[in-house]
Design a protein around this ligand. Sequence first.
Ligand code: C2E
Ligand code: MG
Ligand code: MG
Length: 696
Amino acid sequence: MQECKVLIVDDDTINQIVLAFILENLELKVDTASSGKQALAFIQANEYAVILMDIQMPEMDGFECVSHIRKNPDRQHIPVIFVTSEGKNRKFIDQGYHLGAVDYLQKPVDGDILISKVKVFKSLFDQRMALEKSLLESQNIQRKNDQLLNFMAEGVLGLDKNNIITFANIAACTLLTSDREKVVGRPIKDFINPSASDELWEQSEFNQAFKGGLCNQHDDAVFWRNAHENFPVEYTQAAILEDSEIVGGVVAFQDISERKRDREKLINLARFDQLTQLPNRNMYWEFLSKAIASAKREKQQIAILFIDLDNFKQINDSLGHDAGDELLILVARHLKSCIREGDIVARVGGDEFAILLLNPRDIQVAATIATKILAQLYEPIHVFSNDVLARASIGIAVYPENGLSGTHLTKAADTAMYHAKSCGRNTYKYFSREMHERIQDDMKITQELHKSIHKNQLSVNYQPKIEIQNQHIVGFEALIRWLHPTMGQISPERFIPVAESSGLIKDIGDWVLLQSLEQAKQWNDCLNENNKITMSVNVSAIQFQQHHFARHIIELTHKSGLDKSLLELEITESTLMKNPEETIQQLHILRDSGIKISMDDFGTGYSSLSQLKELPIDVLKIDKSFIDEIDQSKSGNAIVSSIIDLAHSLDITVVAEGVEHENQLDFLQQKHCDIVQGYYFSKPLNKENSTSFLLQ
Ligand code: C2E
Ligand code: MG
Ligand code: MG
């Protein structure tokens, strides 16, 4: 706190000393000035509790000095006590009081009187200082609070008891209008519900809470900006009470637009496919279960269409991913244009879409829509600068006929879709009773297959492969057989796909490989160096997905002791299609170890003759369906002979599969096919018969 000071102004040094001496014990500081001019300089620089002013001084007398003091607005109220030897001259006294003197003291000054007077002024001064200090402090706090409020990201509004805004921080002003003046002084209603009638406002949650003297929080409300544009807010309101009477209120609020947008984005990400903006797989299931619940209640039907693009992979591979993406976007648009408003299209997989027809007039509608989709897709689609022919296979399942649960219905639609694919693609199929039975059958086969290995129901047959020019046996193809005690002989064409989809193929594949390697080793051990025979083993795409498949095969072969060059793995085009990069890499590893690779069933898949040269293969097996065409048509012969020529130009050995007739053999011989395999020479034989065949 500022020190209390007294100024003594007197041209007589003795007087200064006497006065200062009197005040010595008063805990105050005494300044002395010997002239009016010096006094003014002191007063300019200091604040005094009181000035003791001599009147008669040379140059500037006491009155003149005081009148100068009073000119400074900050010094107008300094108490001045005139000290004079002039006696009680009335005119004199009046002049002093006129100048704001508070008192007169007669020289020689009575010490006690002076002390008591100065004490009064000292105490006044101290009180004033204390007051000023606390005022300053509270002003500081207020300023700090104001700043805090102002710079808070939350909008803060102060209200009076009539809901008129009396305070608004910067955030509040910015959020509510462009102009601060337009916030303070206005009713809060203008920003909460500008268009509400007074009656409605009266009953509003905000007003009720306020009137009830309550605190209230709302995390999903809207406030209005300039009365015509709203934004989402979260707010807290509290009434201010004084002596249990409502005197005002405070509202703190936050603009939650961004938070809402982020949340919506997240929801969108989780529920919509980002490429096509169609509902994704999750949403499909959600829609489906809701649709089933409502169809069940209302006794209505639902039709599900499962749509798979037949040639998406090739388009993607040949034109690039961007083109693939663009195609999916365009297909999604096509699909949407084929359905009614209330029906749903979802993207449920890479190139798989599902349509839900809710309460169709009859199930025929599904066929109509499927036909429409196929017809639309039949037109070339313009993707960047290419005309693309998208083709689709569609499976249809109907609630409640084909299943009561989402899972069953989806499985049914999926099965029907696969059926459409196997019927030559670019078509649609309804789920049928046969398909249902097929699913049941598949389940039974899976169960039985699990036990088959341990129950010794599996065996391997070997079909000889004959070199065409000298009719010598050059190898065998291992073909699995399954004899089930009650179901009888089950064809590999029936159970291998089931084993593939259940993953059992890995165990079965290993088992076949071990049997065949062992057998080949046994046979070759009895043959001389020039007559060694190869062993061909079929491997499925699923086996290639095993970790380090190539290394695994190499190890097994190594263990068996068979020369690696005598093992030939038969793969199909679809194996290559599944995961081309990884598969080709594995094939290279296998070939580098000496193992041969054979392309089975050539011509039934997608790969064209021109793609052959890029594939790491040693042998090509022309599919039986082409061999059957020999001598049946001109083109049949031409196809076979051009496959042989092309393969030879690439140094690939050609095997003809399923040769049954002599004329086929003659033709193949004429065209320099290398090896033949088929019933003409021998059916697949069991181990013993194969051995006798070999010895012949
Ligand atoms: P594939 O590899 O193309 O085998 C040739 C199929 O044609 C064999 O049928 C064989 O018995 C049959 N075949 C051979 N010559 C003739 C003929 O002159 N006339 C007729 N009508 N058929 C002939 P199979 O043994 O029923 O095998 C069918 C398919 O099952 C095989 O086709 C192969 O893809 C698969 N498979 C067989 N064993 C295995 C195996 O151990 N592992 C894997 N992954 N697949 C296997
Ligand atoms: Mg084969
Ligand atoms: Mg084949």
